[in-house]
Design a binder for this molecule. Structure first.
Ligand SMILES: Cc1cc2nc3c(=O)[nH]c(=O)nc-3n(C[C@H](O)[C@H](O)[C@H](O)COP(=O)(O)OP(=O)(O)OC[C@H]3O[C@@H](n4cnc5c(N)ncnc54)[C@H](O)[C@@H]3O)c2cc1C
Length: 408
């Protein structure tokens, strides 16, 4: 059953209707087969992203003057939730793409916004977010991929597809390897965080690297438990030359940019996890009403009915948590703690609800004849990426314990 939504605007309501139509016509008929195929032969469903891009659903929270949808975060996230109910890998891809545009939109110069954002938000392009490394996951400040200044460049090519050089010919040479990168090898641009000085977390900087830059190569796709159409692999930078005009923010500002981007990105993951949990709940309800044991539908047994009531409570509270954080963000209020709470609640709830959905379906739930076993595998990773749920607890507790307690 579609979730009941209170959209803030008529336009928001239209966008949800459009999303539901695309999900029903374009995503739901393909998801099972595509995920099954990608389990053995990882493949990014680029056509699904093109469909969403053509409908304007890949750029919703960004300003209209640069080609974005100009929508409140509250609307964008509910669109992500709807997509996740149909195809989780695609919803995660939409959220990741949105994350990759954030540094330029929020921290870029006017020139960078004008030159880079229209293509990034065109609906044709897909970005990758390069933060993690093999040795640097939760501990972002320990990353080793390094950008070293080189001064032999000439000319400024910010709008071109090549990496180019900055004004006056200044450029950086990037060397190192990023790991676990969604869309690696398929992305049109790579929003990267690299070391520009040895000063720990204060020595990181953010660059936007074009997908066709010389010296960029990719590892074999990771063989994962699920979310197979979210293709993930290493990104190797072998002396990739990047113009200083592709440096976003100041040198050394990378950590602050990455964390700020993740506050918003975590809400995308929270919304996607909520959509996945809703899909699992819907399957469980349908099955419980239909399946008969002891001469009655299993829904008639209080043990089942209460399990389903708890699933509904978990989905509804996850949705409330991400919407609360989104509304703070839309109002220009601080929302970092609330984003961490939403990510923690929504993804832990998605894990529980999808596991319970398998239980409701009994033996059938443990087979590939029904999608709930896939939902359960897909839920697991939401507790891990964009900051594990241990890291969310660290963020939340730091807000509470390192500041005077306040009530709002
Ligand atoms: C499918 C998938 C897609 C991904 N996509 C991207 C992407 O597009 N871009 C990108 O940059 N990264 C991506 N990642 C990487 C992801 O963000 C990291 O896996 C995640 O941040 C955790 O890092 P790690 O795997 O190195 O785990 P580690 O940091 O090694 O953590 C291992 C365990 O230790 C715990 N732990 C670590 N530090 C603490 C602490 N201080 N207190 C308590 N517990 C702690 C963790 O919670 C975890 O349980 C992706 C990962 C996956 C699986």
């Amino acid at each position: 059953m579609p979730a009941t939504r209170l959209m803030p605007t008529e336009e928001g309501r239209d966008l949800i209707d459009l999303t539901r139509e695309i999900c029903a016509k374009e995503l739901l008929p393909r998801v099972d087969e595509a995920e099954r195929r990608a389990a053995t032969s990882p493949e990014l469903p680029r056509e699904a992203f093109r469909t969403l891009g053509r409908a304007g659903l890949l750029s919703l929270p960004y300003p209209e003057e640069f080609g974005g949808g100009g929508q409140p975060y509250e609307v964008y996230l509910q669109v992500v939730e709807e997509i996740a109910s149909a195809w989780m890998s695609v919803a995660v891809g939409v959220s990741v793409h949105s994350l990759t545009c954030y540094p330029v939109a929020q921290f870029g110069t006017d020139e960078q916004r004008a030159a880079l954002l229209p293509a990034m938000l065109s609906g044709d392009q897909l970005g990758a977010y390069c933060l993690s490394e093999r040795g640097s996951g939760s501990d972002v400040a320990s990353m080793t991929t390094k950008a070293t200044p080189v001064d032999d460049g000439a000319g400024d090519d910010l709008t071109g597809s090549a990496a180019g050089q900055g004004p006056g010919g200044s450029a950086y040479s990037v060397k190192g390897t990023k790991a676990w990168i969604s869309h690696a090898g398929h992305a049109d641009f790579y929003t990267c965080f690299v070391r520009t000085s040895d000063d720990g977390g204060r020595g990181l900087s953010c660059f936007v690297v074009p997908g066709d830059a010389a010296g960029l190569s990719f590892g074999a796709p990771e063989k994962k438990m699920g979310l197979h159409c979210d293709t993930v692999s290493e990104v190797h930078f072998d002396g990739v030359e990047v113009g200083s005009d592709r440096l976003v923010g100041e040198p050394g500002q990378g950590m602050a940019i990455a964390l700020s981007a993740l506050d918003s990105g975590r809400l995308g993951i929270a919304a996607a996890a909520t959509g996945l949990a809703q899909a699992a709940l819907d399957r469980a309800v349908a099955y419980a009403n239909e399946r008969e044991q002891f001469g009655r539908p299993i829904a008639a047994f209080q043990g089942m009915a209460f399990l389903i009531a708890d699933m509904e409570a978990a989905v509804t509270s996850a949705r409330a948590a991400y919407l609360h954080a989104a509304r703070l963000r839309d109002a220009g209020r601080p929302f970092s703690k609330e984003a961490a709470v939403a990510k923690l609640v929504a993804t832990d709830n998605a894990m529980r609800v999808t596991t319970d959905a398998v239980q409701v379906l009994g033996g059938a739930g443990y087979t590939q004849d029904f999608p709930v076993e896939r939902f359960m595998r897909e839920a697991k990773v939401t507790q891990i990426f964009e900051g594990t749920n241990q890291i969310q607890r660290l963020v939340i507790s730091r807000h509470l314990l390192h500041r005077p307690a306040t009530r709002s």
